[in-house]
Design a binder for this molecule. Structure first.
Ligand code: AMP
Ligand code: DBH
Length: 552
């Protein structure tokens, strides 16, 4: 086993228990694809309808073809110096190449770092330097943004970043991904099931995003459990609507779960009903996953008479709280079973069961995948609360990390001494063991499933010369559930001629931040309300902005 520095392993007695229980079965992603290709090589694994910058036209890859492509890509990456244990930042749109690249990396034992298409210079620069990435994989131009330029800038600042691979025709000064595959030798050694397979991102609540190391064994267990609970088999057709690298569409049950089951993954280039519904109809899609704002959009489209979604059996909704009112509309309007999912890239995933009574499906966020998921609901002093009381959710189990990667200080706060992850979520447990998400104790804004760490944005605002102090809070929004409001105290010398809110937003965007992190609203105040011991009272700020929105 190759031990990755900075990785907190599962304690031996837990690892043994999870193996003995049959949760960890010694599988790896590389071998999983090999086995599926052997079992049903001629079946379609991935459908990419095209219509994005990576490919204009449709591609349909069988399991045999994906398997062969992963091998050839692995050989090509090895020939270009990518080694076991190396980190590779992968930032691709929903294109078939995503799977070719990540399975190639899995086979080498190199670790994909799952960036999202929305990430910009600040995030990507950080991922590349913090992980000492040797390679970075991008599209050429997507959604009007030139990723090749971003790559050039990041590469100039990170001498260790030797290779930029561009999926698409014009790689500019970089290497075309399509020129990488070759027939050379494959990896000399396979990764072990207990090795870290990739680094996933946390929505986080700290100044910089934290990286989540997941092993083959633990992640594949969560896939197997998800596949079972979501009723997937080799006839399932999963539509990947959300960005493919995100933990939800990757694993709940997501594309990887679908491939585990031997089903078919259909990549959706855009989440709108206009794009998705015809694809569902054409491919006979049976299952998909959406964040609440998209689920609302799909419900509205169907209510207005849009068609095409008839083959859907299961609609997963998660990433942020789905309102009970909206949840109740899913079955009558879309004619499929709603499955609420409350998950986290750190591990624990809860699902409502397909045969749960409608009341539980529409009013709860589900219960854990595994009988060995340990869930505690505690008060501020970590004392267990009875069922029905709202408290902090702590969890430990066979697919929940024991620590963020290379982050000992954060880990001291984010995990209890006995290894429970502090989720930062406030939940209540029903007598059936289902969890209801009641709120959040972590300093984070959940913009319809896209998480924004308040501290990260506050740091960017503080870099502005006119800003003395900043506090970022959530404000209610009918569509996204929450949006971000930045409260700002200006420096005395700037109060006479204050900058406009839009200027501060432009400033933050100009620092090269993902668009969803730019504050939706900026409010200037002379001072922040304080708590009893003099900390900024975000509770009061949230109440103030909510009240002023109701009033207007
Ligand atoms: P992350 O840690 O970035 O993967 O984000 C996971 C977080 O998303 C959870 O800790 C919750 O705060 C939130 N979340 C995910 N699914 C749901 C859901 N169904 N309802 C409410 N919050 C959710
Ligand atoms: O929000 C999430 O991170 C999430 C939501 C649903 C997740 O990671 C998951 C399911 O696996």
């Amino acid at each position: 086993m190759t031990t990755l520095e900075g990785f907190t392993p599962y304690p031996a007695e837990f690892a043994e228990r999870y193996r003995a229980a049959g949760h960890w079965r010694g599988e790896t992603f590389g071998r999983m694809l090999r086995e599926r290709a052997a079992a049903h090589g001629e079946r379609t694994a991935v459908v990419d309808p095209g219509g994005h910058s990576v490919a204009a036209t449709e591609r349909r890859w069988t399991y045999a073809e994906l398997d062969l492509r992963a091998d050839r890509m692995a050989a090509g990456l090895l020939a270009r110096g990518v080694r076991s244990g190396d980190r590779v930042v992968v930032q691709l749109p929903n294109a078939a190449e995503f799977f070719e690249v990540v399975f190639a990396l899995f086979r080498i034992g190199a670790l994909p770092v799952f960036a999202l298409p929305a990430h910009r210079y600040t995030e990507i620069g950080y991922f590349c330097s913090f992980t000492d990435a040797v390679a970075y994989v991008v599209p050429a131009v997507e959604g009007g943004f030139d990723y090749r330029e971003l790559a050039s800038r990041v590469r100039a600042e990170n001498p260790g970043l030797r290779l930029v691979l561009v999926a698409g025709e014009d790689a500019g000064e970089h290497v075309r991904l399509a020129d990488v595959p070759c027939d050379g030798p494959g990896p000399a050694e396979e990764p072990e099931p207990g090795d870290v397979a990739f680094l996933q991102l946390s929505g986080g609540s700290t100044g910089v995003p934290k990286l989540i190391p997941r092993t083959h064994d633990d992640y594949i267990y969560s896939l197997r459990g998800s596949v079972d609970l979501c009723g997937q088999d080799a006839d399932s057709v999963y539509l990947c609507v959300l960005p493919a690298a995100h933990n939800f569409p990757l694993s709940s049950p997501g594309s990887l779960g679908t491939l585990y089951a031997g089903g078919r993954v259909v990549l959706c280039p855009q989440p709108s009903p206009e794009t998705a519904f015809p694809l569902i109809e054409r491919e006979g899609v049976t299952i998909t996953g959406l964040v609440p704002p998209l689920a609302l959009l799909w419900l509205e489209a169907a209510e207005r008479g849009a068609t095409g979604y008839r083959s859907l059996r299961v609609l997963l909704v998660g990433g942020a709280k789905f309102s009970t009112e909206a949840a109740r509309r899913v079955r009558p309007v879309l004619g499929c079973t709603l499955q609420q999912v409350f998950g986290m890239a750190e591990g624990l995933v809860n699902y409502t069961r397909l045969d749960d009574p409608e009341e539980l499906i529409t009013t709860t966020q589900g219960r854990p995948i595994s009988p060995d998921d340990e869930v505690r609901v505690v008060d501020d002093q970590d004392r267990d609360l009875p069922d029905g009381a709202t408290g902090h959710l702590l969890t430990r189990g066979p697919y929940t990390i024991r620590g963020y990667w290379k982050a000992p200080e954060h880990n001291a706060n984010s995990f209890t001494a006995d290894g429970f992850y502090r989720t930062g979520d406030l939940v209540r447990r029903t007598p059936t063991g289902h969890l209801v998400v009641e709120g959040r104790a972590k300093d984070q804004i959940n913009r319809g499933g896209e998480k924004v760490a308040a501290e990260e944005i506050e740091n960017h605002l503080l870099a502005h010369p006119a800003v003395h102090d900043a506090a970022v809070v959530s404000m209610p929004d009918p569509y996204l559930g929450e949006r971000t409001c930045a409260y700002v105290v200006l420096r005395a010398e700037h109060r006479e001629q204050p900058p406009k809110g839009v200027e501060l937003k432009r400033f933050v965007r100009g620092r090269g931040l993902a668009d969803y992190k730019v504050p939706d609203r900026v409010e200037f105040v002379d001072a922040f309300p304080a708590t009893g011991i003099g900390k900024v009272s975000k509770k009061d700020l949230r109440a103030a902005i909510a009240a002023s929105l109701t009033a207007s």
